[in-house]
Design a binder for this molecule. Structure first.
Ligand code: AVI
Length: 326
């Protein structure tokens, strides 16, 4: 999607994804489709769930080590921070506050596809942390170049936190980081947040919470298609499934149709109307969430041209935050 995508272009992108994914074998839907307004709200709720340890654990690592992380990244110079997929930048405040403690003022450049999320980030950060100047960029960082502002004599610290890298296949994760690497300069750094491999019950609970919020988040993808494309998925006939794929080291989310159903994609969404048949028990694969080991994090960073310098963990080794140089 381009940074200036208009509503019809977004619907067109949704239609393309839906047709491509639902006519494939096995059927898939791309996880970016989760994040309409309702889906973004559900995701915010997920981050607060007792079972979803990722967000609060990463926050605890940043709370404990923000000053040290910034000192290492700065190495005696001033820092400018950019953030890929910043969203509402709720955890970034910890690092920005540390940057202000260190150097008085800081320029923060969040990049995200959601203009609304960036507006919220700017308002919250500028009012909560005096000394931060926010220059948001609405862009898809996976395909578009970053418009980086580099005040002279500063180093850039690129933030890619929240385990967002885990939602890409290893091949695409490499491409995203490689693309970032080519836009950074010598002595710039990357801070990468990754979720770690751990016991399977903990992993499964995080993606299959007792309150059913993750199930609602998963099913919302079909609600979105019904609303935006006019498809007629029988949403109450789909079960949320989260499974651990040990071979690929990832949690997979699927939607399983409990009955055989024929779904119509109307002609206004597709060039000609299409029908999609789902057998009883057939699934639509909606998301992968890769889990890493210290070795796989290092290998990924090195393959993209970064050199990992230090990793911070929580005491239970649930999550890792790694600083890497260019
Ligand atoms: C955004 N991303 C890091 C989340 C994850 O854990 O993979 C998305 C998510 N899917 C289900 N719950 C949360």
């Amino acid at each position: 999607m381009s940074s200036l995508a208009t509503a019809p272009e977004i619907t067109q992108a949704v239609a393309c994804e839906a047709i491509q994914g639902l006519t494939a074998t096995p059927k898939t839907l791309s996880p970016w489709l989760f994040y309409d307004e309702a889906g973004s709200h559900l995701f915010e709720q997920i981050t607060e769930l007792p079972e979803y340890y990722l967000t609060r654990t990463e926050r605890s690592i940043l709370t404990a080590h923000a000053d040290e992380i910034l000192a290492q990244a700065a190495a005696g110079r001033r820092l400018t921070l950019i953030e890929l997929g910043a969203g509402t930048a709720t955890k970034t405040g910890l690092l920005l506050a540390a940057a202000v403690r260190r150097q008085g003022t800081v320029l923060y450049q969040p990049v995200d596809v959601s203009e609304t999320a960036l507006d919220e980030a700017r308002q919250n950060i500028e009012s909560d942390i005096p000394g931060v100047t926010v220059h948001p960029q609405v862009a898809d960082y996976t395909t578009e170049p970053l418009q980086l502002n580099r005040p002279s004599n500063t180093r850039t610290l690129a933030l890619y936190i929240g385990s967002s890298i885990g939602n890409f296949s290893p091949h695409d994760a490499h491409d995203v980081l490689r693309n970032l690497r080519t836009q950074l300069q010598p002595d710039d750094t990357l801070l990468l947040g990754t979720d770690l491999v751990k016991d399977v019950p903990t992993l499964l609970a995080a993606y299959n919470d007792a309150s059913g919020t993750t199930a609602a988040f998963n099913r919302n993808i079909l609600t979105r298609l019904n609303r935006e494309l006019g498809t007629d998925f029988r949403i109450d006939h789909f079960h949320h499934k989260a499974i651990w794929n040990a071979l690929e080291s990832r949690i997979e989310m699927h939607l399983e149709s409990s009955t055989a159903q024929r779904v119509r994609i109307p002609a206004n969404a597709a060039s000609t109307a299409k029908t999609i048949d789902l057998a009883a028990g057939e699934t639509i694969h909606t998301e992968n969430s890769y889990k890493f080991t210290p070795t796989t994090v290092a290998t990924l960073l090195q393959s993209a041209g970064f050199t990992p310098t230090q990793t911070w963990h929580d005491p239970n080794n649930l999550f890792a935050v790694t600083l890497a140089t260019t």
